[in-house]
Design a protein around this ligand. Structure first.
Ligand SMILES: Cc1cc2nc3c(=O)[nH]c(=O)nc-3n(C[C@H](O)[C@H](O)[C@H](O)COP(=O)(O)OP(=O)(O)OC[C@H]3O[C@@H](n4cnc5c(N)ncnc54)[C@H](O)[C@@H]3O)c2cc1C
Length: 334
C-alpha cells in the first residue's frame, strides 16, 4: 500500500475541482483496506467522484477504490446472481449484463461512477432504482475492522437514500455488491421518453435496445463531465404533503407533480429552479446552471467548490422564498 501526501483530486471528481487530500491510498485488495483502516486519520471513500463537491482540502485520508472483479455465484432458469467488486465502473457492468441478455440494470445505463457507490444513494433513473436488483451488499466496517453482509431489504433504501449515506457514511467501505438479475425479460419502458425513443430506433424492446434508448436520451440531455464539469442532478426532487401542495397548485396551475407514498407529492426540482430564472445562468466565478437542465450545476471555467456551493445556496434560497420548499442537495459536500 502506497501512502501519498497532498494528492490533488482534480482529475478524480467530475466537477474538476482542484482540492488536495492530505493523505491518499489506492485500495487494490482487502489487505490494503485492512491496513488503511488502521491508519490514524479520519477517512473518506472515493469512487469515481461523480457525486461529490470538494469545497476545501480534505484533512484526513482518502481511500481510492480500485477493487475489481465479478463472478456469478448462482443461477437458475429465471435469475442470475452476480457479485461485483465495488471499484468496477458502473456503466461497464450495465453493458456486460445487457450483453448477456440479463435484465435489471438496463434503465440505469450511462450513470457515471463505480458499483460500490450505487447503493450509497440508491442510484435511479428512468423508473428504475438499483435497490430493485440488489440481493446483498458486502462491506467492511472501518472502525470495527469487520466484514459485514447486509441484505438489500435491510439497507434502508429510499429515494436517493440508504443507511450507508446516513449513520454509516465514511464508516462502511462497500467491497462488493451482489445483484439478482432476470433471465426472463421484465422491461420498464413506460418512463420518460424510452418508448418514444424505441419507436424512433424502430427496433423491438429488449434489454439491449432499452439500454441503447436510455443512452441516446441521456447523451442528448445531460452534459458530459469530460467536457463540462458537473455531478448530475445537484438537488433531490422535493416531496411535500398534499396539504402543502394544494395551495401551490392553485397559485401555479402548471406545476408538474407526481403522487408519492403516504399522501405526499413529488415535484421536479428542475422546474422550481427554472421558474426562479436560473436555467443557463453563468456566475462570474465560472459556476453556472446547465442550459438544458436546470437541476445540473456546472463548472464552466475554473470555479472553486465554494463558488459552486454558494450558487447552490443562492438557488436554494430563491426556491424557498418563492415556493416555500426547501431543496435538499443530492451531491455530497466534502
Ligand atoms: C452526468 C451525470 C449524470 C448522473 N446521473 C445520475 C442518475 O441518473 N441517477 C443517479 O442516481 N445518480 C446520477 N449521477 C450521480 C452519480 O453518478 C452517482 O451517485 C454515482 O453512484 C456516484 O458514483 P461514484 O463512484 O462517482 O461516487 P463518488 O462520487 O466517488 O462518491 C459518492 C458517495 O459515495 C461514497 N462511496 C463511494 N464509493 C463507496 C464505497 N465503495 N463504499 C462506501 N462509500 C462509497 C463516497 O464516500 C461519497 O459519499 C450522475 C452524475 C453525473 C456526473
Amino acid at each position: 500500500m502506497h501512502l501519498q501526501q497532498n494528492k490533488s483530486l482534480r482529475t478524480q471528481n467530475t466537477f474538476g475541482i482542484d482540492c488536495t487530500a492530505a493523505y491518499f491510498v489506492e485500495i487494490h485488495n482487502l489487505a490494503d483496506l485492512e491496513e488503511a483502516a488502521h491508519l490514524p486519520y479520519p477517512k473518506r471513500i472515493l469512487g469515481g467522484g461523480s457525486n461529490i463537491l470538494l469545497t476545501q482540502p480534505v484533512q484526513g485520508l482518502v481511500l481510492g477504490n480500485c477493487l475489481l472483479g465479478k463472478h456469478i455465484i448462482a443461477q437458475d432458469d429465471d435469475h442470475v446472481y452476480i457479485t461485483v467488486a465495488s471499484g468496477e465502473t458502473w456503466h461497464n457492468l450495465v453493458m456486460y449484463t445487457v450483453e448477456q441478455g440479463w435484465g435489471g440494470l438496463e434503465n440505469l445505463a450511462l450513470i457515471p461512477g463505480t458499483v460500490g457507490a450505487a447503493p450509497i444513494q440508491n442510484i435511479g433513473a428512468y423508473g428504475a432504482e438499483v435497490a430493485d436488483v440488489i440481493a446483498t451488499v458486502q462491506w467492511f466496517h472501518l472502525d470495527e475492522h469487520a466484514y459485514i453482509t447486509t441484505s438489500g431489504a435491510d439497507c434502508a433504501f429510499g429515494y436517493r437514500d440508504s443507511m450507508f449515506k446516513r449513520s454509516l457514511l465514511n464508516k462502511a467501505f462497500i467491497t462488493d455488491v451482489t445483484f439478482k438479475l432476470n433471465k426472463k425479460t421484465q422491461l420498464k419502458t413506460g418512463y420518460g421518453a424510452i418508448s418514444e425513443e424505441l419507436k424512433k430506433m424502430n427496433i423491438p424492446a429488449t434489454v439491449a435496445s432499452v439500454a441503447q434508448a436510455v443512452i441516446n436520451i441521456r447523451s442528448s440531455k445531460l452534459p458530459n463531465p469530460a467536457i463540462i464539469g458537473n455531478a448530475g442532478s445537484f438537488f433531490k426532487n422535493p416531496t411535500i404533503t398534499r396539504a402543502a401542495f394544494l395551495p401551490l397548485q392553485s397559485q401555479y396551475p402548471n406545476m408538474p407533480f407526481y403522487p408519492a407514498n403516504d399522501n405526499m407529492v413529488k415535484i421536479p426540482a428542475g422546474w422550481l429552479i427554472e421558474q426562479c430564472g436560473w436555467k443557463g445562468y453563468n456566475a462570474p466565478t465560472g459556476a453556472g446552471v446547465h442550459n438544458l437542465q436546470a437541476l445540473v450545476l456546472v463548472n464552466r471555467q475554473n470555479a472553486t467548490g465554494r463558488d459552486i456551493w454558494q450558487l447552490s445556496q443562492d438557488i436554494l434560497q430563491s426556491v424557498a422564498s418563492r415556493f416555500h420548499i426547501v431543496l435538499e442537495r443530492e451531491v455530497q459536500i466534502w
